[in-house]
Design a protein around this ligand. Structure first.
Ligand SMILES: Cc1cc2nc3c(=O)[nH]c(=O)nc-3n(C[C@H](O)[C@H](O)[C@H](O)COP(=O)(O)OP(=O)(O)OC[C@H]3O[C@@H](n4cnc5c(N)ncnc54)[C@H](O)[C@@H]3O)c2cc1C
Length: 434
């Protein structure tokens, strides 16, 4: 590879990197988009929900041309007991116009989005690993790749290299994530005939449904998901790494066990597993976010812990941060100033955006999980809620007043007593209202 100079180099062609490359190339910058995978999306994993709003600000009506699976009109939340579920859901025709979110598969979506960046003029450099950043006089001025003579130089380097972000670590802006700052998720793509999916989930044509669930994860902090695609279902579960270590349980054991849950088993019955994958999810949120820029560089998406786990939003934060970084890079290019002074505008813009504000709102969640016992939050409490619901709905001649007392007793005892239940309620409330 001949040594080349670019206005900007983007590392990683996930949603953050492609959004940044698209923005800059559309603004006339000479951009290199480097991706280690054989093609964008080849190595990427996510649950499957893509949001309209943030990408629409970059590509109007993008869903009309992008490879999406289904348009979500119903979202369900399940709290699982051993063989039961307390469920909440919201279905609304209003989600049809304008659409709110869609299901998608990364292998197709990432290729499409990176393709848009290429069409806008970004130079694709795939199957290439950036091994380190090149510094001169304290500034980042390029990247070293695993290609022969593979140094590339640019005025700005945008790090969009995902949750592991070895490059972010090399800059010292963040450390190795602690086991309580990341969860490990495993996912299967299960093939089923389209009609079966529509029947089982009560859907027409391109309508889609999402289910998230907690409980039945061996008392570990975790969240599972089931998303409907055209003729496949994405089923997965993510569990905090510190809990996996503590309990010495493998994530695929959790997934295997969840597949036997009666509420889930019937949805995937007869399906054929087509793909199996695993990936880390940043869970540290607001308190784990590193500084976002420096002399010659900016960092976006998962590499900067931009995931709102409470709302399972990550791709949209990645796209929004990539777009903002791209816009700041264009301004810096016009001013010929790539110093932290100019690029610091990126930190300020992120701070005034939904990314910072939403993550700040939930900043207490990380502390709550750290402080509370996962066995209680994700084991005994979900089970107690299911037991209480069972008792409450069972018509067995027991007086309703007694049933109510029993339900409250069950919940109190699962939490460890009156005070603990109260403390948990208060802490939970504070954690989501930061
Ligand atoms: C199981 C799971 C379920 C999820 N579900 C959802 C969901 O339903 N909805 C949602 O919005 N978000 C979801 N997320 C989160 C979402 O996937 C991420 O937030 C999002 O992909 C972040 O995008 P990114 O571009 O920052 O990073 P990534 O998508 O990880 O992209 C990083 C890219 O950089 C490349 N790369 C890394 N290092 C190098 C290097 N040194 N050289 C060259 N290339 C490199 C990688 O190959 C990759 O293509 C989920 C995540 C997981 C793991």
């Amino acid at each position: 590879m001949a040594e080349e100079r670019f206005d900007a180099i983007v590392v990683g062609a996930g949603p953050a990197g492609s959004a940044a490359a698209y923005t800059m190339a559309s603004g006339g910058l000479k951009v290199a988009l480097i991706e280690r995978g054989e093609f964008p999306g080849a190595k990427n994993v996510f649950g499957g929900v893509l949001y309209r709003k943030q990408l629409e600000e970059l590509i109007p009506e993008w869903w009309k041309e992008a490879p999406i699976e289904r348009q979500i009109i119903e979202q369900r939340m399940w709290i699982l007991g051993k063989e039961s579920a307390v469920t909440f859901s919201h279905r609304n025709e209003k989600y049809k116009e304008p659409p709110n979110c869609f299901t998608g598969l990364r292998v197709k979506f990432d290729q499409w989005l990176a393709g848009k960046a290429e069409k806008a003029g970004a130079v694709p450099i795939y199957e290439t690993v950036v091994t380190e950043l090149i510094h001169q006089n304290g500034k980042v001025v390029g990247v070293r790749t695993d290609r022969e003579n593979g140094d590339l130089y640019g005025d700005i380097v945008i790090l969009a290299d995902g949750v592991n972000s070895l490059l972010g670590k090399s800059l010292g802006v963040h450390k190795e994530w602690a086991p309580d700052e990341v969860s490990l998720a495993v996912k299967e793509i299960i093939a089923l005939p389209k009609e079966k999916i529509q029947d089982r989930f009560n859907l027409d044509d391109n309508e889609g449904c999402t289910i998230e669930f907690i409980g039945d994860t061996f008392g570990m902090a975790g969240l599972g998901f089931i998303y409907t695609n055209q003729d496949t279902i994405s089923l997965g579960v993510g569990v905090m790494v510190n809990d996996l270590k503590k309990k010495k349980i493998k994530p695929y054991e959790v997934l295997d066990s969840i597949k036997q849950h009666p509420s889930i088993r019937r949805l995937i019955q007869g399906g054929e597993v087509k793909e199996y994958s695993g990936h880390l999810i940043p869970e540290g949120g607001f308190t784990s976010m590193p500084p976002l820029s420096g002399d010659g560089w900016m960092i976006c998406g998962d590499a900067a812990q931009m995931v709102n786990a409470v709302h399972r939003e990550g791709t949209n934060l990645a796209i929004a941060s990539g777009k903002i970084a791209g816009e700041i890079a264009i301004k810096a290019h016009q001013a010929g100033d790539y110093s932290i002074r100019a690029l610091g505008e990126y930190d300020r813009s992120v701070k005034s955006s939904f990314i910072h504000n939403d993550l700040k709102k939930y900043r207490g969640i990380h502390g709550l999980f750290k402080e509370m016992n996962s066995d209680t939050l994700f084991g005994s409490l979900p089970q107690a809620l299911n037991d209480a619901a069972y008792e409450w709905l069972l018509v067995d001649g027991v007086f309703k007043k007694e049933k109510q007392r029993k339900a409250v007793r069950t919940l109190k005892s699962a939490a460890g007593g009156n005070m603990e239940l109260l403390r948990l309620g208060l802490k939970g409330w504070r954690a989501i209202n930061g």
